[in-house]
Ligand binder design. Structure first.
Ligand SMILES: C[S@@+](CC[C@H](N)C(=O)[O-])C[C@H]1O[C@@H](n2cnc3c(N)ncnc32)[C@H](O)[C@@H]1O
Length: 395
């Protein structure tokens, strides 16, 4: 069997709440969605297909190609099942790629610490190599080369090659993170959930480190987020064909387009604006975003409508709530007075603060920022009351 052309199940993991948007992306790339879970979608394809999936998917964290499924009731069963697999066909035994890392999730009675699953799996793979080739690949926690993932639930073990390596949320452009940045994949899912077409205006007051604006610019350009990264797990597997990978990347470059969309990102904190600008530069989209340091209410609103998305602080610390109540009320005023004709969006992890906006929500979508349940609220902001102003005019 040649895994680079042979079809197998592929598990695409993502944060909770994101599977519907991930499924839509998978279908748009021409792959079937075989199942949708709480924090994953399943499709199928070859290792060759994982190159495209890793490159294009905006909302997935990891692209896991299933190597085998077997039953194991205890660590000895796991060891035997792993050792029986032809690892020498997938992993390098010598040279720069001969390093492997194992990750695991386990929900099975005989295991209380997943680190034990990692160790048992790694031992089985290395012992197989010693048997077959007399060589042992190095191993450790670094995810910058070959990564094997074990999913063990009850008596069922699924073994995957993690073709992403480092999670895909690490696009590589956020060199200067600030407090409470939004994960890149979550920002991409929020943009997809708004239904924005990438051609109208995208306004992002309270931009922080710029994640939403940067993801919007990548989306508007049709730029595959994976073009920003050069390292993936699949590069370190046997049979990887650099010429085929160059072709997949060239095809992704070829579909990029010019966009007339105006993307505006502002924040009251000049340091945040400087960081957002630097991050946008790293992502190659600085020229597409108009940055300004100002209170959110003074954000320049382009004449041509579109969407306005805010991710305000939501007060994880006690005592912050009362201060933020006023801020959320002002956001309601800003929406009403300055953003007529736009679709308004508020992303918050605090539902009661969200209510302070005081406008009727058209839609509420649940996301998770880590463990915090969050809502993306949509408001229809009717035109008419909006004050006329020049494209770069302040409040
Ligand atoms: C939760 S963070 C936004 C994080 C951002 N989505 C990211 O990915 O980095 C909230 C941001 O709101 C900004 N902010 C707070 N009050 C503001 C105000 N009155 N006007 C403008 N920005 C404000 C803060 O400086 C902070 O950068």
């Amino acid at each position: 069997m040649n895994p680079w052309t042979e079809t197998a199940p592929i598990l695409l993991t993502c944060p909770k709440g994101i599977p519907p948007w991930l499924s839509a992306e998978v279908r748009a790339l021409g792959y079937p969605v075989l199942a949708e879970g709480e924090a994953a979608c399943e499709t199928e394809g070859s290792l060759g297909d994982t190159m495209r999936l890793n490159l294009h998917l905006r909302t997935a964290h990891r692209v896991l190609w299933r190597l085998a499924a077997f039953r194991a009731e205890d660590p000895q069963g796991l060891y035997a099942g792993v050792r029986a697999l032809p690892w020498e066909e997938f992993l390098h035994e010598r040279g720069e790629h001969a390093y492997l890392s194992v990750t695991a999730t386990a929900d099975t009675p005989s295991i209380s610490d997943t680190r034990y699953v990692n160790r048992k799996t790694k031992d089985a793979i290395v012992d197989r190599f010693v048997d077959r080739c007399g060589l042992r690949p190095d191993s450790g926690p670094a995810r910058d080369r070959a990564v094997v993932h074990v999913y063990w639930k009850g008596g069922e073990v699924h073994l995957y090659l993690d073709t992403s390596g480092e999670p895909l949320s690490r696009r590589g452009y956020r060199k200067i993170p600030l407090t409470a940045p939004m994960q890149e994949t979550l920002a991409a899912a929020v943009i997809l959930a708004t239904g924005w077409n990438g051609r109208t205006s995208f306004v992002n007051p309270m931009c922080g480190s710029g994640t939403l604006a940067i993801e919007a610019a990548l989306f508007a350009q049709g730029k595959a987020p994976g073009l920003l990264r050069s390292n993936y797990g699949f590069i370190h597997l046997k049979g990887f064909d650099p010429a085929a990978w160059r072709k997949v990347r060239a095809a992704a470059h070829a579909v990029q387009r010019e966009t007339a969309s105006r993307i505006v990102a502002t924040d009251i904190d000049p340091q945040a604006v400087a960081a957002a600008r630097q991050n946008a530069r790293t992502a190659g989209v600085e020229a597409m975003i108009e940055f300004a340091a100002c209170p959110f209410a003074a954000t320049p609103i382009p004449e041509r409508s579109g969407i306005v998305v805010l991710n305000p602080p939501y007060g994880e610390r006690i005592g912050e709530q009362s201060r933020l109540t006023g801020l959320y009320r002002e956001i309601g005023d800003f929406f009403k007075k300055r953003c007529g004709g736009y679709q308004g969006y508020l992303f918050t992890g605090n539902a009661s603060l969200g209510k302070q906006v005081g406008l009727r929500t058209k839609r509420r979508i649940t996301f998770y920022n880590g463990e915090i349940e969050c809502r993306l609220m949509e408001y229809e902001l009717y035109a008419g009351t909006r004050r006329k102003e020049t494209a770069h005019g302040g409040a």
